[in-house]
Design a protein around this ligand. Structure first.
Ligand SMILES: Cc1ncc(COP(=O)(O)O)c(C=O)c1O
Length: 422
């Protein structure tokens, strides 16, 4: 299905989520995608083998696989092409590369775009795995890594950019918006204008990547707000059932092509079964998103008004008239269903609460049909130094909750009885 096939009107995301990237006529009329469980593909002739290798390796952009164009599943395979086409359509991108996990996407992006001596800047907080990759591994490889704590404050951003440029060419601005776990948001339009000014100063425009895992394509389209690349852990809302892992990076064919070439060498592509699971899961993503957002609004309101809850970062509560609210209204179509909150009593209070929960599941990850809750300081953001966590309000009593699609009365009853233990 072509995203523009019916008439001059582009198809809506709900429609693309069901059919983009799959044409039954190319697969024996099968109404739903078959799984191609094969590691290698038979060439038609020696000349055709030479031609497909030329197309994959010599072009700036690896040619997409076709019925006659596959070589080996680490380079490309039919389910990968279907899933990439669908995710590209949802992200409103020219192309998308799929990976074995969100972190495979983050690592490939960083390794593909950064070189020793380069500078990069990233939003803080950022997912703990990404933080560790940047501050341990990329820094060890000679990349100068700079964090910014307020992606809405232009003066702060410009000052961090200046400090970064003083160390080396500023090559990458990596943004997670909303941020895990605090939901801090960044102004992508402002960052895009900053990138233009950086280009004038250093003769090269930094690439802006935005991790859209917390909201997903139905609630935020980073590429339409100035990002060059949109990164997503598909393990979360796109997968939606906490039963497989995948990641994606969408953007221009040229940029995504660079990532695909490195992915071939790292061997971190998404496998046929995960791609098939993803194609099936995204069909219901808009419905799951709608229900989870509704549940989250009720639960956030309940928590905000509870005397034992001292702080809540739900995006729907951003103060009217604030700079962050203006960015949210411009950039986001909804507040999502993952946020964090603090309870009274410090870590001991938080642990009593977590140990008392019966229905909410105490586990890392987010975006599943089931409601998940975790304690970032001791789990997802364990590797982030305490001082850095404290600076961005990830405290000993902070919990992150990802609200699922269960009955919200049942969820609130469980929260109520667990809060009694705090
Ligand atoms: C915002 C964000 N980005 C990236 C990742 C990494 O994704 P994965 O766990 O699929 O590797 C996560 C995981 O929690 C995340 O929350």
């Amino acid at each position: 299905m072509d995203s523009h096939q019916n008439d001059e009107r582009a198809l809506a995301l709900e429609t693309l989520a069901v059919g983009a990237g799959y044409d039954p006529a190319e697969h024996g009329g099968a109404a739903k995608p078959p799984i191609y469980m094969t590691s290698t593909f038979v060439y038609e002739s020696a000349a055709q083998a030479k031609a497909v290798h030329q197309a994959f390796f010599d072009g700036e952009v690896p040619e997409r696989g076709s019925r006659h164009g596959y070589i080996y599943a680490r380079l490309d395979h039919p389910n990968l092409v279907m899933a990439q086409t669908r995710i590209a359509a949802l992200d409103r991108a020219e192309d998308s590369a799929l990976f074995a996990s969100g972190m495979a996407a983050v690592s490939t992006l960083a390794m593909s775009l950064l070189r020793p001596g380069d500078s990069m800047m990233h939003s803080r907080p950022i997912y703990g795995g990404t933080d560790m990759l940047l501050h341990a591994h990329m820094a060890e490889m000679g990349v100068h890594v700079f964090g910014f704590t307020d992606g809405v404050d232009e003066a702060h951003m410009a000052a961090v950019a200046d400090a970064a440029m003083a160390k080396g060419p500023l090559t990458l601005i990596m943004v997670e918006s909303p941020a895990n776990p605090t939901c801090a948001i960044a102004d992508l339009g402002m960052i895009s204008r900053l990138a233009d000014r950086i280009a004038l100063a250093q003769g090269r425009r930094p690439i802006i990547s935005v991790d859209n895992t917390f909201l997903g394509p139905f609630l935020q389209s980073p590429l339409e707000h100035g990002a060059d690349l949109c990164l997503t852990s598909l393990t979360k809302y796109a997968g939606g059932h906490s039963d497989f892992m995948a990641g994606s990076v969408s953007g221009s064919a040229a940029l995504v092509g660079r990532l695909k070439k490195l992915r071939t060498l790292l061997g971190c592509h998404a496998d046929p079964h995960s791609c098939w699971m993803l194609l099936r899961s995204v069909e219901t993503m808009s419905l799951r998103t709608e229900r989870a957002v509704k549940n989250a609004e009720r639960i956030a309101t309940y928590l905000r008004d509870h005397p034992k809850v001292t702080r809540i970062t739900y995006l729907g509560f951003l103060a009217e008239g604030s700079a962050a609210r203006a960015v949210y209204d411009r950039q986001c179509a909804g507040p999502g269903s993952t946020f964090s909150f603090d309870v009274t009593g410090g870590e001991a209070g938080a642990f009593r609460f977590l140990d008392r929960l019966r229905l909410l599941r105490f586990a890392v990850s987010l975006g599943g049909t089931e409601t998940l809750i975790c304690h970032p300081a001791t789990t997802t953001h364990y590797a982030v130094p305490e001082a850095a966590r404290t600076e961005v309000h990830i405290g000993p009593a902070t919990m992150r909750v990802s609200v699922g699609i269960e009955n919200s009365d049942d969820l609130m009853a469980d929260l109520a009885q667990a809060l009694e233990a705090v």
